[in-house]
Design a protein around this ligand. Structure first.
Ligand code: NCD
Length: 338
């Protein structure tokens, strides 16, 4: 795939070699993300961030990634604060904002809306999550994390054993991740959810067509017993018809340190796209796991910065020019990425 000028709407557009290329560039972003060096390679460029659903990580890491490459960020947050609430179409919004920006990242509650927006945009558009459909950059950073975690034990993504746990019906991060895993070989997947929140059938079919083994379960303990990755998700309460409906499922599948120690293998890595729902009635990943070396959730968020920096650099065609625009960091910084 040619990254320059492309929209990033779905993980379906990636081949394995594209992932290799992206992850190689992501590795080179570490000194910049750690503030060991700074670069002005995107000086003058503007990222337009449009977030019409709640977001902390995705919005801020896109913004920080662009800033770290020397660019600037302009954003609008919440439909109520934009002219969409006055009845403006996505078409008009895309035309206007693409006149102001060099790349746009948009999150929208409706599946397919970001593709509609991109069709009218004059600059590349990145899908920051469109309803329950896809969240491609989350899947990219998840895969980058999985690779890194497995590499510690000399394993690769081919032959990966993974459990996906929680709301698999509405969770767009697991939808994108399943599609991305179809590019690899001989994966064993256990899908753990209440039957009402099962993974869409077409995604299960896609996984099987790719030659993967898919098991369906409602039982957390047995599902996490023989996996490399236990990937948890939050019940996507905003997609349910009512809060009471969502509450029926919150807290059904939870992991704490005791359950993990008893059932999981010593090298099993715990992942979650975050936010984890830490309210007592949900709590899918108990805070007593904090500090556990196998809890990779904050390695995921740090990796997200690297992957998003790489993506911007490649979409704007500057990945080979960063070094030339590098300058020393003049402020005191003690940060170290996970
Ligand atoms: C996820 C999302 O928005 O789909 N969050 C994220 O971007 N990391 C997951 C979620 O909200 O549960």
């Amino acid at each position: 795939m040619d990254f320059v000028g492309s929209n990033i709407l779905s993980v379906n557009q990636f081949e394995r070699q594209d992932l290799e290329q992206l992850f190689k560039v992501a590795d080179t972003m570490r000194p910049y993300a750690q503030r060991e060096k700074a670069t002005r390679v995107l000086e003058g460029a503007i990222l337009g961030n449009i977030f019409l659903e709640p977001s902390t990580r995705t919005r801020l890491s896109f913004g920080c990634a662009f800033d770290l490459l020397g660019g600037s960020v302009r954003e609008t947050v919440g439909a109520a604060a934009s002219a969409l609430v006055k009845g403006e179409s996505l078409y008009d919004t895309a035309w206007v904002l693409s006149g102001y920006s060099d790349v746009i990242c948009i999150r929208h509650p409706q599946a397919g809306s970001v593709a509609e927006f991109a069709a009218a945009s004059r600059v590349p558009v990145i899908n920051g999550g469109d309803g329950a459909n896809e969240h491609p950059t989350q899947a990219l950073l998840d895969l980058y994390t999985i690779r890194k975690e497995l590499a510690r034990h000399d394993r690769s993504v081919d032959t990966l054993r993974i459990a996906m746990i929680g709301d698999l019906k509405y969770g767009r991060t697991v939808h994108s991740l399943c599609k991305l895993l179809c590019l690899f070989n001989k994966i064993h997947i256990v899908l753990v959810s209440p039957p009402e929140l099962a993974m869409p059938l077409e995604l299960i079919a896609q996984l099987r067509e790719a030659g993967h083994t898919v098991k369906i379960s409602e039982q957390l303990e047995t599902a996490i017993a023989h996996v490399d990755i236990a990937y948890f998700t939050r019940v996507q309460e905003e997609r349910f018809s009512s809060q009471q409906e969502a509450n029926r499922f919150r807290g059904r599948l939870r992991l704490n340190r005791a359950v993990f120690t008893r059932y999981a293998e010593p090298n099993t890595v715990i992942m979650h796209p975050l936010p984890r729902d830490s309210r007592a009635e949900a709590n899918e990943l108990d805070p007593d796991l904090n500090g556990h070396p196998n809890l990779a959730i904050f390695r995921q968020t740090d990796n997200g910065l690297l992957v998003r920096m790489a993506l911007f650099a490649m979409l704007l065609g500057v990945e080979g020019k960063i070094e030339r625009h590098t300058y020393p960091v003049g402020w005191h910084s003690r940060r170290n990425l996970n």
